[in-house]
Design a protein around this ligand. Structure first.
Ligand code: KE4
Length: 434
């Protein structure tokens, strides 16, 4: 039975938000949480367990953000919490190497064959920033290619918008990012292999790397078209350009070996985050040993971090990856993903709402668009106003979707078929009202 709209309360969250705004810009520590894309003010969360969030007003919400990806085994998993507790009792950070880091590195190398060596860092941003510096250091080249609608964190060279379509040269996408930084970033359309080929024809010998999300989550869920990843691989090999798969979101999410295992395309470097930290701050970059051995102190490419590989994050990450390796929830997640996809499609169809549902495993997006979404040009045409109404309607039914049309939803191994059905029932009621 879905929650009646009269039960939803927000007074405590509103008070908490007002207080937060006194001390933090926009009252949040990451803009994605501010509900800017859906209107209204954010809910403040008190605690979470399994598939549920509990906010400060006591609302119980079925969670489809999962901390933007990490919580694939559900919130507060006992084995992850216990691992963190045990680690904390031995001290929280030493600033010196530990065997736990090696054990975690070994788990990841075993799971992802293209990763021969890796470096642990503290976020996905650090991972992608470092991988790009390594690609530039290893090739001696300056230019990089990224794709519109792909988000790789907030390093300056990646906060670049698509410039004039002809040149594809980037222009700053945030105050504070210099033209000098942006000029070396080319921004192309995802899934457009011909445009990528033209860029290589024009800039091939100057390209240090191509970085992409092998399944895009950051314009909503956009899978690669058949042949796109393969063509990127061929062109990078042909021109001595480093191919970087940003698997911060897809790593251990779409398969235990990540998107590269699903699509059978091998990058030179991979970046990860989110799930590998088990919900604690962690990222990594890794790949070919001949590249990774160029990172200081083995090589000359500088990168460092006080809390990199810290005992708590490695304990949480190790516990999470061992759970995924031993319990392998991926078949279950695929079943529940199909159930949710079919249910939402039927609900939107019955309501006569134009939509596209795009899904890879347990990451998915319902686009308010009447055609497939293949790239940012498509995604930018979605009906964002309708999405905002859909989002808030679901909140009032106890369902917490990502607070933007341009984010993928995630669910966990603790989301039961009953909760999926309850979500579909709520969506059917909301979609009819749009
Ligand atoms: P972080 O620096 O936020 O750990 O990771 C950056 C990043 C890199 N690459 C990909 C593919 C990512 O999705 C991200 C971060 N994802 C966003 C949500 N789409 C994080 C949410 C937020 O910014 O608060």
């Amino acid at each position: 039975m879905t929650k009646a709209t009269t039960e939803f309360q927000q007074q405590e969250s509103l008070a908490a938000f007002d207080r937060a705004c006194k001390f933090m810009p926009g009252g949040v520590n990451s803009p994605a949480r501010a509900f800017g894309a859906v209107g209204g003010k954010p809910l403040f969360i008190e605690r979470a367990e399994g598939p549920y969030l509990y906010d400060v007003d006591g609302n119980q919400l079925i969670d489809y953000i999962g901390s933007w990806g990490p919580m694939i085994m559900g919130h507060a998993h006992p084995k992850v919490v216990e691992a963190i507790r045990e680690a904390a009792l031995r001290g929280t950070s030493y600033g010196a190497p530990t065997r736990a880091e090696t054990e975690l590195a070994e788990l990841i190398v075993e799971a992802v064959p293209s990763i021969e060596k890796l470096r642990l860092v503290n976020s996905g941003t650090e991972a992608t920033m470092s991988a790009i510096r390594l690609a530039r250091g290893a090739t001696g080249r300056d230019k990089i290619i990224k794709f519109a609608g792909n988000y790789h964190g907030h390093a300056d060279s990646l906060l670049v918008a698509a410039g004039s379509s002809a040149a594809n040269l980037g222009v700053p996408d945030s105050p504070g990012v210099t033209a000098g930084t942006s000029q070396d970033t080319l921004v192309l359309q995802y899934n457009d292999a011909e445009q990528l080929e033209r860029a290589f024809t024009e800039h091939g010998g100057q390209l240090a790397c191509v970085i992409l999300e092998p399944v895009v989550g950051n314009m909503g869920c956009v899978p690669p078209r058949p042949g796109f990843l393969e063509r990127a691989r061929e062109l990078c090999t042909q021109h001595g350009t480093v191919l970087i798969f940003d698997e911060v979101m897809t790593g251990f999410r779409v398969a235990y070996g990540g998107a590269q295992a699903l699509y059978g395309v091998t990058p030179d470097l991979t970046t990860m985050g989110k799930i590998v930290g088990g919900g604690l701050p962690m990222g990594l970059y890794g790949g070919r040993a001949d590249l990774m051995d160029q990172v200081l102190p083995a090589g000359k490419v500088f990168q460092a971090g006080t809390l990199s590989g810290n005992p708590l994050a490695t304990a949480a990450g190790g516990a999470a990856l061992r759970l995924l390796r031993d319990e392998s929830p991926y078949a279950y997640l695929e079943e529940q993903g199909k159930r949710l996809e079919v249910g939402l499609h039927q609900a939107a169809t019955d309501a006569g709402v134009p939509h596209q549902i795009q899904r890879v495993g347990s990451m998915m997006t319902l686009f308010f668009h009447d055609r497939p979404v293949r790239c940012w040009l498509d995604a930018s045409e979605c009906d964002r106003t309708r999405f905002g109404k859909y989002f808030w309607g679901l909140i009032e039914h106890g369902v917490y979707m990502p607070c933007s049309q341009f984010e993928a939803l995630f669910f966990s191994s603790t989301h039961t078929p009953q909760l999926i059905d309850q979500t579909v029932e709520a969506a059917a009621a909301v979609l009819k009202s749009l």
